[in-house]
Design a protein around this ligand. Structure first.
Ligand SMILES: Cc1cc2nc3c(=O)[nH]c(=O)nc-3n(C[C@H](O)[C@H](O)[C@H](O)COP(=O)(O)OP(=O)(O)OC[C@H]3O[C@@H](n4cnc5c(N)ncnc54)[C@H](O)[C@@H]3O)c2cc1C
Length: 96
């Protein structure tokens, strides 16, 4: 028996499941494909948006900035390599 069932094993659900795993819950992720990250997560350009191009004051801009600030810690915890290209291109981290 599960406390939480989350549908779709893309990056969004992966992060939701990871956050929920900090609680005493039985969590189930349901995916229709035969592996994780088979949707948009598999095909994206791996650029972390920092909020520079989102319209000022929008939720998207706020979340871009908030997410960008979380990247250093999250990539350390997950042991994911990231290249900081902010000096070269302005505002972004890019996965290697
Ligand atoms: C070409 C491209 C480039 C992009 N570049 C960037 C970028 O550089 N930076 C960035 O931040 N974002 C980028 N994005 C956007 C980013 O990839 C998406 O916003 C993100 O991956 C969405 O994640 P998700 O988990 O919501 O969806 P998905 O990764 O699509 O995951 C949804 C999952 O749900 C599963 N699913 C669907 N229906 C069911 C069902 N009924 N039952 C079970 N499972 C189901 C799918 O199989 C899939 O695995 C890009 C997107 C595209 C298409």
């Amino acid at each position: 028996m599960y406390d939480v069932a989350i549908i779709g094993a893309g990056v969004v659900v992966a992060m939701i499941a990871r956050t929920l795993s900090e609680y005493s819950l039985n969590i189930c992720v349901l995916e229709k494909e035969n592996d994780v990250a088979m949707g948009a997560t598999k095909a994206n350009s791996a650029i972390v948006h920092a909020g520079f191009d989102a319209e000022c004051g929008t939720l998207k801009a706020k979340l871009n900035v908030q997410g960008f600030k979380m990247m250093e810690q999250i990539t350390k915890e997950l042991d994911v390599s990231c290249e900081d290209i902010t000096k070269k291109q302005g505002f972004r981290l890019r996965k290697r």
